[in-house]
Design a protein around this ligand. Structure first.
Ligand code: NAD
Ligand code: TYD
Length: 340
């Protein structure tokens, strides 16, 4: 019988790329994409794989205990790769509660279902943001031993879910891995996050909001390098271990925005410095040595990855134009009306 892999959040950005990666790479697995289709989820991205016999979609809420329990009993999944989450820091500042429900409670519901059905491996996809922030000393990095010190409601909810996953390993011997990746970018990135927000606004000749002085640093990784890392951890990760994922691509936000504007041949006058994000983390930077020792290395540099991504947004305007003309406008108004 084919092995069954449940991917939660597979209609979102990273989960969506991962579902496509797995459906194409492993015809011998059955891939189940479970997603609630919140504002961040969309299935149009899967039009190339939706008719594949090894792809299935299930609309469900990970925090719906009865639904999830019944589903696991019925399908007997072998593996779980858990992406589903509320993922945007700015939204967590506006409304933290849904982050607690989805990211903490939803994860715990999945852990219970996985435990009751003796799954082979549960990979919990987390973030480097659980470590808090680094200062600007370029020789310091997050390792797997860095203490968790989350600063935003988003990162606090992810850190809480990480602790719950750890507890199910320590207490119940559930076979888990946790991955903590740096900021991703690439195709199908929802245009509320810095890189797709900048590309879409520059293409529409609109101002690009930079929080504070633009000197905050993020460590950028192409989403397909993240997918390959999760694939490796799923198959080769030592049970109970945490793996950091990152490719040493640190850039200030201002550098990122200028790169996009210059690549698109537009004027840097489009940049507008606006009021800073509350609790804005200064710098994230990953030490990926442990994952490299498992056999992973990234295939994109920031230069090749950002060029590919900008081209993808040029070639797929229908996808993001349709998003920014919907509910997104209300969000943009709420988030930025007092900033510009
Ligand atoms: P995303 O917001 O693009 O997608 C999240 C998906 O989860 C959406 O399809 C949404 O519909 C679904 N979802 C939300 N609530 C749900 C619920 N209650 N039940 C079922 N599905 C639900 O997020 P993303 O950027 O793809 O991030 C995916 C995961 O990776 C998250 O766990 C995030 O913390 C983690 N992560 C993200 C980054 C990044 O740079 N974006 C970096 C490291 C880790
Ligand atoms: P974001 O893409 O929201 O990811 P995260 O907060 O998870 O790192 O933001 C990346 C960086 O860009 C972060 O330092 C905040 C900054 N930023 C802006 O300057 N302006 C914006 O409009 C957004 C959305 C983010």
């Amino acid at each position: 019988m084919k092995k069954k892999i449940l991917v939660t959040g597979g209609a979102g950005f990273i989960g969506g790329n991962f579902v496509q990666f797995m459906v194409n790479k492993y015809p011998e697995y059955e891939i189940f994409n479970l997603d609630l289709l919140t504002y961040a989820g969309d299935l149009t991205k899967h039009k190339d794989i939706e008719l594949e016999s090894n792809y299935h979609f299930i609309k469900a809420d990970i925090s719906d205990r009865k639904r999830i329990t019944d589903l696991f009993e019925q399908e007997k999944f072998d593996y779980v790769v858990h992406f589903a989450a509320e993922s945007h820091v700015d939204r967590s500042i506006i409304n933290p509660e849904i982050f607690v429900i989805t990211n903490i409670l939803g994860t715990q519901v999945l852990l219970d279902a996985a435990k009751a059905n003796n799954i082979t491996k549960f990979v919990h996809v987390s973030t480097d943001e659980v470590y808090g922030e680094l200062d600007f000393d370029p020789t310091t990095f997050f390792t797997e031993n860095t203490p968790l010190q989350p600063n935003s409601p988003y990162s606090a909810s992810k850190a809480s879910s990480d602790f719950m996953v750890r507890a199910y390993y320590e207490t119940f011997k559930l076979p888990v891995n946790i991955t903590r990746c740096s900021n991703n970018y690439g195709p199908f990135h929802f245009p509320e996050k810095l890189i797709p927000l900048t590309i879409s606004r520059v293409l529409n000749n609109q101002k690009v909001p930079i929080y504070g002085n633009g000197k905050n640093i993020r460590d950028w990784l192409h989403v397909l390098d993240h997918c390959a890392a999760i694939d490796l951890v799923l198959h080769k990760g030592v049970v109970g271990e945490v793996y950091n994922v990152g490719g040493h691509n640190e850039r200030t936000n201002l550098e990122v925005v200028k790169t996009i504007i210059n690549t698109l041949g537009k004027s840097e006058d489009l940049i507008e410095f606006v009021e800073d994000r509350l609790g804005h983390d200064k710098r994230y930077a990953i030490d990926p040595t442990k994952l490299e020792n498992l056999g992973w290395k990234p295939t994109y540099t920031f230069e090749t990855g950002i060029a590919q991504t900008i081209q993808w947004y040029l070639d797929n305007q229908e996808w993001w134009q349709q998003i920014i003309s919907g509910e997104y406008q209300e969000y943009f108004e709420m988030q930025y009306s007092k900033k510009f």
